[in-house]
Design a protein around this ligand. Structure first.
Ligand code: NAD
Ligand code: UDX
Length: 441
């Protein structure tokens, strides 16, 4: 089985390395020269646990190759995956499809025989048919099919998510059963190793597959906004959101996961996919109020968390030093896209705070996005030096075992705002801290 992967970012690189690990030959096309150079030299341009070893071993085995020549990559490939970015378009929140459409045109020009063109990027409903149209316009005689195969991996656990998915969604053009059958055979071969690992393949129409991705991400985002609002209510009522989430989540119909309160969801998917789904619904005169409200609740959450930190400094941060632990949108990634740290730190800087920040791997990416005068520190304790309040924004494991006593010695004022509930309130209070977390008494 030969596969071509257009785009060597988070999704393309992880998918390519995993397919290669399953014994397939995978050719990755990457147009960003720095990314390509790094990949060719065996340097992994993103931080994802386990990815470097997987890429290096499969590259050495000759199953995983990187290049910028699409013609070489697609030659002999039965499946050509599009895994390029679909960022929000400036202004209206709809997905920007310029990279997807450009990839489709390039694939059309390069293909020499039958292949299934598989969209792995998250794209609005109708995009797979549009891709088919673009290819037909460029090469009216080309024999090909399209498939929609949205990806559900999470950064930080991407390899495991890819290799042991809850399900694989594959949308085909079911209005043409013969063609759909042919494409289904190819997709079954592509995913055969995962089926052996008991992952169900769910075959649907193109539109359903495209919409399923947005619906799943928006539902999870809604779950997070729900628990964030419950955390606020718990604070008002003296209840404990961690126990509440456990009590709710043990109901199998609800489930325990994605019920952790925090500073507001971020990342490259939830913020853009909720906006895009709202947009799709609007364009089709269909109601999507729950998702629209989720977006608003999440925006308000980030602003409220900045306000909470200012309140912890007595109402003004002028002349105050704030230690910030964690900058990335979640742990185990260097990705800063839409991280809650961005609006929160900008708000604190505008209000006059001195910010001392530490993140285990996100600081390089953070520099371009955070206020220019943030002081980047070598570790958590250095960030805490002479601080008036310590704020936890990302729940990196390395922060969990910080000694309250040592922190107390380092800081000027003993105050903590733990927006990820990683510390034990009793231990922090015993060390003399004024300790606030989210939704816990
Ligand atoms: P990314 O920006 O990390 O990677 C995209 C890569 O494609 C870039 O390296 C870019 O240089 C390259 N590229 C763009 N046009 C190209 C072309 N014509 N030929 C070759 N390379 C090209 O993006 P990502 O995070 O991997 O996301 C890709 C898609 O997958 C998006 O639609 C996203 O919504 C979706 N998705 C992302 C995640 C995630 O966790 N990041 C999870 C599921 C789905
Ligand atoms: C998400 C989807 O989970 C994944 O299926 C899809 O393929 C891509 O988008 P990702 O963005 O990598 O994955 O991270 P995820 O673990 O979903 O977290 C997203 C955001 O929600 C983070 O900011 C995280 O901190 C926040 N979150 C998550 C919470 O605040 N509480 C939770 O309980 C879970």
């Amino acid at each position: 089985m030969r596969i071509a992967m257009i785009g060597g970012g988070y999704v393309g690189l992880v998918s390519a390395a995993c397919f290669a690990e399953f014994g397939m030959h995978v050719s990755v096309v990457e147009t960003n020269p720095q990314r390509l150079a790094a990949l060719r030299e065996g340097r992994i341009p993103i931080y994802e646990p386990g990815l470097d070893a997987l890429v290096i071993s499969n590259t050495q085995a000759g199953r995983l190759v990187f290049g910028d020549d699409i013609a070489t990559a697609v030659t002999g490939a039965q499946a050509v995956f599009i895994a390029v970015g679909t960022p929000p378009r400036n202004g209206d929140g709809a997905a920007d499809l310029q990279y997807v459409h450009a990839a489709a045109r390039q694939i059309a020009q390069a293909l020499t025989g039958y292949a299934v063109i598989v969209t792995k990027s998250t794209v609005p409903v109708g995009s797979s048919r549009r891709i088919a149209q673009i290819i037909r316009n460029v090469r009216p005689d080309l024999d090909f099919d399209v498939a929609s195969n949205p990806e559900f991996l999470r950064e930080g656990s991407a390899i495991d998510d890819f290799m042991r998915p809850d399900r694989v969604i594959i949308g085909l053009d079911q209005t043409q059963p013969e063609r759909a059958g042919r494409a289904e055979n190819v997709m079954r071969q592509v995913y055969r190793p995962l089926v052996q690992a008991a992952a169900p393949l769910v075959f649907t129409g193109l539109e359903t597959a495209e919409l399923t991705k947005y619906a799943a991400n928006s539902f999870l985002a809604m779950k997070i906004s729900f628990i964030n609002e419950m955390a606020d209510l718990c604070e008002k009522l003296g209840a404990d959101v961690e126990d509440l989430a456990r009590g709710m989540g043990l109901d199998a119909r609800i489930g325990r996961r994605f019920l952790s309160p925090g500073p507001g969801y971020g990342g490259s998917c939830f913020p853009k996919d909720t906006l895009a789904l709202s947009r799709i619904a609007q364009e089709n005169q269909s109601g999507c109020r729950l998702v629209e409200t989720t977006v608003q609740v999440n925006e308000a959450r980030k602003a409220a968390m900045a306000g909470r930190i200012i309140a912890a400094c007595g109402g003004s941060v002028v002349g105050r030093t704030i230690a910030v632990l964690g900058l990335t949108f979640k742990p185990e990634t260097d990705d800063m896209r839409e991280s809650a740290s961005i609006p929160i730190l900008h708000r604190l800087a505008e209000a006059g705070a001195t910010l001392r920040a530490y993140d285990p791997v996100g600081m390089d990416a953070a520099r371009a996005l955070l206020p220019p005068d943030v002081i980047y520190c070598a570790d958590a304790m250095e960030a805490a030096q002479d601080a008036d309040v310590l704020v936890v924004l990302t729940e990196w494991n390395i922060f969990r075992a910080l000694s309250p006593e040592v922190l107390a010695q380092r800081m000027r004022t003993k105050a903590i705002v733990d927006l990820r509930n990683i510390f034990d309130p009793a231990a922090m209070r015993a060390a003399g801290f004024l300790y606030q977390s989210v939704g816990r008494p």
